[in-house]
Design a protein around this ligand. Structure first.
Ligand code: AMP
Ligand code: ZN
Length: 114
């Protein structure tokens, strides 16, 4: 999608610190990290929110989690623990309307989340 910042990152049109990419998934450092490790894992496919997911996206969403797990292992946070978050729409605080899985770790996480 032409005016989507995460589509542009996935296409290489906007710079980002990319830590992983394949034909379906891209992962990059969050610009405003909320934890020592804060990486965003996105599908190349433009899907605005989790409300827009279709049956055909089931495998793709699974791949986001598999990539997040691999990155967590590489970052050395898998054993201690980490959090993956998908914000959907206003009350969850979603600000970029291209699905992104937050991978957060490297410090204790509070619960309930804010
Ligand atoms: P959310 O609130 O779930 O929509 O999260 C959007 C995330 O994208 C925030 O954590 C932002 O810091 C991050 N972000 C926004 N623009 C960029 C960018 N150009 N590169 C990397 N991360 C970004
Ligand atoms: Zn997009």
């Amino acid at each position: 999608m032409s005016d989507c910042i995460f589509c542009k990152i996935a296409e290489g049109g906007i710079p980002a610190e990319i830590v992983y990419e394949d034909d379906q998934v891209v992962a990059f450092q969050d610009l405003n990290p909320q934890a020592p490790v804060h990486i965003l894992v996105i599908p190349r496919k433009h899907i605005p929110t989790t409300n827009d997911l279709r049956e055909e996206d089931a495998e793709l969403m699974g791949r986001l989690h598999l990539v997040a797990k691999e990155i967590a292992m590489k970052e050395g946070i898998a054993e201690a623990g980490y959090r993956t978050v998908l914000n959907c729409n206003a009350q969850a605080g979603q600000t970029v309307f291209h699905i992104h899985l937050h991978l957060l770790g490297g410090r204790p996480m509070g619960w309930p989340p804010g």
